[in-house]
Design a protein around this ligand. Structure first.
Ligand SMILES: Cc1cc2nc3c(=O)[nH]c(=O)nc-3n(C[C@H](O)[C@H](O)[C@H](O)COP(=O)(O)OP(=O)(O)OC[C@H]3O[C@@H](n4cnc5c(N)ncnc54)[C@H](O)[C@@H]3O)c2cc1C
Length: 415
């Protein structure tokens, strides 16, 4: 049987590693940090845990049934109706529906003008850029209040430059309050890290960082690692930034994120009872706060497990701020909102390369670099970082099945 080296032990590397191991291949996974990638939980000293920002399993139970089937091999899945709110005035006592609904309009003094703008707007139609797509649907006032600043804060890019095919999936404009993404989602009974560790229990996992490739013509002979090792293999799969592996002067830009996990005692819940997280399209440095009441652990009534998401680039000041800075920022926020809170435990989790940038020049740069990597006949790639696509767990699971099939075909050709 051929040997296969998979680089990265996030959702992409672990699900593919599992499928290849099931097919009887000899699989080595090379991971520079810990198993789990973006799915690795924050574990508090207080004994509680939460996701690094909420990770829900959205998938179509008919067309994407394979996603539920794979997870069900490792855990029970519970269905949950997730609701979100948005706080355009930055005031927790003034929640608006998210997805942004037409009913939100009544919360504004200039509701008549907003309705006139809506009547004049051409409606939902395909557009290349995010700003045009939104303006067509909601007109200038709603766009400004709910989307423009939030989008700028999330991506760190002028929304006029943002492109992609994710708008339709992410943005809807219902009449009234609607579940997040318009339907219920699954959430696993076990931690993602435990699930992923079980997936790769039949693979060899090497904790080392990949730094480059040793090649001969159009074939990769070995992976070079930070500790100076050479890992030889017949086939290679990358789930990481391709610019790390090829010889290039160019670097790929991603949006990164500090996910600040907090266990707090507080005088009240931040959101209405049925709401799981809130968006902040205003002056706060964070974009979203999540309350992990929905996770299968019993949290005392006056205590809350939260994550707060601070998007940034790796050279922004905020990336290197200590945990205490985020603690203080949030304690000030609670005070401003009239909530009495005390900190039980916290962790500032750094998530580099959390989002590929949806900007034409960056996508073209990715295509140049990735073109070089995929010109090697024994290299495959999948996952969010490596394909530079804004994709979800469900997409990655499907990519893992497709890549496992492509690898089997390749093995048959080589045999
Ligand atoms: C804030 C946020 C919220 C999200 N919410 C959801 C959600 O609700 N539902 C959903 O379906 N999806 C969600 N996602 C998307 C989901 O997290 C990702 O699609 C998925 O986890 C990506 O998995 P991956 O394996 O492609 O990448 P990663 O998880 O980034 O894994 C890559 C791995 O490679 C390792 N690595 C990097 N460089 C090297 C190197 N040089 N050598 C060796 N190893 C290396 C990393 O340490 C990491 O373990 C969310 C993402 C974010 C950022």
């Amino acid at each position: 049987m051929p040997t296969i080296t998979v680089i990265g032990a996030g959702m992409a590397g672990c699900s593919l590693g599992y499928l290849l191991d099931q097919k009887g291949y000899d699989v080595t996974i090379v991971e520079k940090d810990q198993i789990g990638g973006l799915l690795r939980e924050i574990e508090f000293d207080s004994g509680y845990h939460c996701d690094s920002a909420p990770h829900l399993l959205f998938y179509d139970e008919e067309e994407e049934a394979i996603v539920g089937e794979l997870f069900s091999e490792f855990t029970d899945l519970a269905e949950h109706e997730f609701y979100a709110a948005t706080y355009p005035r930055g005031d927790l006592s003034d929640p608006h529906h998210y997805p942004v609904s037409k009913a939100n309009i009544d919360k504004w003094d200039d509701a008549d003008q907003i309705r006139d703008e809506l009547d004049a707007a051409p409606g939902k139609k395909p557009e290349k850029f995010f700003e045009d797509y939104m303006l067509n649907q909601v007109g200038p006032t709603l766009y400004e209040r709910y989307n423009k600043h939030y989008t700028k804060k999330h991506w760190g890019i002028d929304p006029q430059r943002i492109t992609g095919d994710w708008f339709d999936f992410k943005i809807s404009f219902p009449e009234s309050e609607q579940e997040f993404f318009g339907g219920s989602a699954d959430y696993p009974d076990d931690k993602y890290t435990d699930i992923l560790e079980e997936m790769v229990s039949g693979c060899e996992v090497v904790f080392d960082g990949a730094v480059g490739l040793e090649t001969e013509g159009s074939t990769i002979r070995a992976l070079r690692t930070e500790s100076g090792e050479r890992i030889e293999s017949d086939l290679f799969v990358s789930t990481i930034d391709p610019s790390i592996l090829v010889d290039t002067e160019e670097t790929l830009n991603y949006r990164s994120m500090i996910i600040h996990g907090m266990h707090v005692k507080a005088s009240e819940r931040l959101f209405p009872d049925h709401v799981d997280w809130g968006y902040f399209p205003n002056h706060y440095e964070f974009t979203r706060i999540t309350d992990y009441e929905f996770t299968p652990q019993s949290i005392p009534d006056d205590e809350y497990i939260l994550t707060i998401e601070f998007p940034c680039f790796l050279d922004d000041d905020i990336w290197s701020k200590p945990k205490e800075w985020f603690d203080q920022y949030m304690m000030d926020f609670f005070e401003e909102q009239g909530i009495e809170a005390s900190l039980v435990a916290s962790e500032a989790r750094r998530a580099p390369r959390a989002y590929p940038l949806p900007v034409t020049e960056e996508i073209e740069k990715f295509e140049r670099i990735n073109g070089e990597l995929s010109s090697y006949e024994n290299m495959f790639n999948l996952g969010r970082v490596s394909t530079y696509e804004y994709i979800w767990i469900k997409d990655i699971v499907q990519q893992a099945y497709e890549t496992a099939d492509e690898i089997s075909e390749k093995v048959d050709i080589l045999a």
